[in-house]
Design a protein around this ligand. Structure first.
Ligand code: ATP
Ligand code: MG
Length: 180
């Protein structure tokens, strides 16, 4: 499984439709301070289901919608699509390619799509859990994260190992079964 493409429209500083192609090998994103490098990883975390505006460096979810600039009006919607190559079927679905889309409107409405079909946040979370790319996963290491892991409580650190070992899925299912 690997990231192929990221498409954004109206997400944070990306007012226009932007496409990032991740070619095999290492992709480095360079640019001056404030040019939107971190907004790219924010877009990836958001489309994978991040629900905390704070961890996306805002105070409310609306903050991720392009808020206008000197030359452009604010937009009413943000949309991000992440396309993954799934020829190794790491993601437990039949598709060779998986695309995840998330949209949010200023009115507060939001939607998720999996290969262009509407779905729930839970479907996305379930699909990516234990794949190493989930919202809570450590495939995205942000500034300060390494230090946070090293200084975390042993219970919190245990979650990291459980995700890496692939048992988080079963623990979550058990918890859900107990609620029913
Ligand atoms: P650094 O090198 O300092 O880490 P960076 O390239 O990672 O910078 P980002 O943090 O990705 O930069 O981008 C910050 C920019 O995104 C700021 O200029 C900010 O005004 C802009 N921005 C954030 N949210 C929005 C929004 N909703 N609408 C328009 N612009 C936004
Ligand atoms: Mg940054």
């Amino acid at each position: 499984m690997f990231l192929k493409q990221l498409d954004t429209l109206g997400f944070k500083s990306f007012a226009e439709r932007i496409r990032v192609d991740f070619v095999p090998g290492v992709t480095a994103v360079v640019g001056p301070n404030g040019s939107g490098k971190s907004n790219i990883t924010d877009a990836i975390r958001w489309v994978l289901g991040e629900q905390s505006a704070k961890s996306l460096r805002g105070s409310k979810m609306e903050d991720i919608i392009f808020q206008g600039s000197d030359s452009r009006k604010p937009l009413n919607m943000a949309e991000v699509t992440l396309t993954l190559d799934n020829t190794d079927h790491k993601l437990p679905v039949d598709y060779h390619e998986v695309s995840v889309t998330r949209r949010v409107y200023r009115s507060g409405e939001s939607e998720f799509l999996l290969n262009k079909q509407q779905c729930r946040l839970k479907d996305i979370t379930d699909l990516f859990i234990d794949s190493g790319l989930g919202r809570e996963a450590f495939s995205i290491i942000s500034q300060g994260k390494v230090e946070e892991i090293l200084s975390s409580k042993s219970d919190d650190r245990r979650i990291i190992f459980e995700e890496a070992a692939g048992v988080l899925k079963y623990k979550n299912r058990k918890k859900q079964a107990e609620y029913k």
